[in-house]
Design a binder for this molecule. Structure first.
Ligand code: CO
Length: 156
């Protein structure tokens, strides 16, 4: 498993909805585990399936309570207020920029077991959810960011 880097067509495509039959398969379970491992190993806040070359509505997010897997996620509520915050992306290594995101969002999704779930998030978690859902819609943060800067990775 390798992380797909920008520019790549798969990163700008809308990812496909995952059926309940597919969620029940061992192959899918393994994909979720592999993505979680890849995210943790790469020190990412989240990872969306298109970033590993799979056009599927699946993302994993690193939270204080553990890895959150989002299958077919949708934002069903958002706050009126938005705030700027710095973001980076494993698919755009070395680049950071400020993106305006909703402060609070409610996200409905299925977990890795196929159960319908809902999460109310704010702050950083809300930001990561919006970043990952953008990936599932073929949008990279650099399309929305201001003050984009490149960090020379050789010097880090
Ligand atoms: Co990203």
């Amino acid at each position: 498993m390798k992380i797909v880097k920008h520019p790549n067509k798969i990163l700008s495509a809308k990812a496909k909805t995952i059926s309940q039959e597919v969620i029940k398969t061992p192959v899918f379970r393994q994909l979720v585990l592999d993505m979680a491992e890849m995210m943790l190993k790469s020190d990412g806040a989240g990872l969306a399936a298109p970033q590993i070359g799979k056009s599927l509505q699946l993302a994993v997010i690193n939270t204080k309570e553990g890895v959150l897997a989002l299958v077919n996620p949708k934002i069903t509520k958002k706050s009126l207020t938005r705030e700027w915050g710095e973001e980076g992306c494993l698919s755009v290594p070395g680049y950071f920029g400020e993106v305006k995101r909703y402060k609070k969002v409610t996200c409905e999704y299925f977990n890795a077991q196929g159960e319908k779930k809902k999460i109310k998030a704010e702050g950083l978690l809300a930001r990561v959810i919006q970043h990952e859902l953008d990936h599932l819609n073929g949008i990279l943060f650099i399309a929305k960011a201001r003050n984009i800067k490149k960090i020379d990775q050789a010097k880090r």
